[in-house]
Design a protein around this ligand. Sequence first.
Ligand code: NAP
Length: 291
Amino acid sequence: MAALTIKSAFKLNSGYELPLLGFGLYQTPQAEAERAVNQAFAAGYRHIDSAAAYKNEAAAGAAIRKSSIPRSEIFFTSKVPPAGISYAGAAAQVDRTLQESGLDYIDLMLLHAPYGGSANRKGAWKALVEAVEAGKVRSIGVSNYGVHHLEELLGHIKELEEERGGAGKGGVLSVGQWEIHPWLARSDIVDWSAKHNVAVEAYSPLVRGERWGEKALAGLAKKYGVTEAQVLVRWSLQKGHIPLPKSVTASRIEANADVYGFALTDAEVAELETSEYKPVCWDPTVSELKD
Ligand SMILES: NC(=O)c1ccc[n+]([C@@H]2O[C@H](COP(=O)([O-])OP(=O)(O)OC[C@H]3O[C@@H](n4cnc5c(N)ncnc54)[C@H](OP(=O)(O)O)[C@@H]3O)[C@@H](O)[C@H]2O)c1
């Protein structure tokens, strides 16, 4: 693998490039989000992860629009909220996100969770496919889908191809987003994604701060003279994921992106990973297809 840099990107199935380091905006208040995104840009992030549910698309959009960085170099993600997983809900959300953010297009729109039942998931996906065809959205994907939901989606894509006139008409799955860190490695989902060239975005990559001081983590931070947060971001990148660390704190925003001056060994990446399954967030991946 070529050496990782802050400019490293994943070539998506859609053909677009996704910067490997993302900046998370969950729980960042609208009033702070523009400043935080500006600080993220200054620190080198070019990939911003928002969602309708975070209620900060307007501030994120304002930072993007006012930035001197060309729009083409910035990657903006939003998500259709869990309660909006239906054809009408997803179609309306794309338009609302464009309006809120003031952007001409959304780089990536995700379905936030696999809720609403099979017919509504298919409908929501179809709305995203149409949004791509209309030039409103560039790439599409899902979040919090278990392997059973992902397999169902492949079926939906095939059905839509048949219903809508052939190859490509069912849409292209480019990205999945899941809680992933050494205490929740999700190898089943990661392996499935690798097989389909689906980019794996890792949320809560810092485990929301709940694992500071754990022996293996603290040991690596000491060895490399970095913070434990930097070790976790590095672990995620070296696993081939796209970590989305969140912070509203200027010094942390900067430090979390300053992870290219050291590298964990392959053995250290493996040692840090545990066999635990300990989400710190919600876990819709385990929901049933009927949910
Ligand atoms: N798709 C989904 O369902 C979903 C769910 C959750 C998250 N996400 C996305 O993933 C992003 C990240 O996940 P997350 O926000 O859950 O958790 P996270 O990034 O693992 O942790 C964020 C927490 O860690 C703190 N922190 C950040 N950098 C730190 C550092 N260097 N040292 C010590 N503490 C630090 C932050 O505090 P301060 O902000 O106060 O600095 C914040 O409390 C979200 O913002 C969102 O974009 C998606």
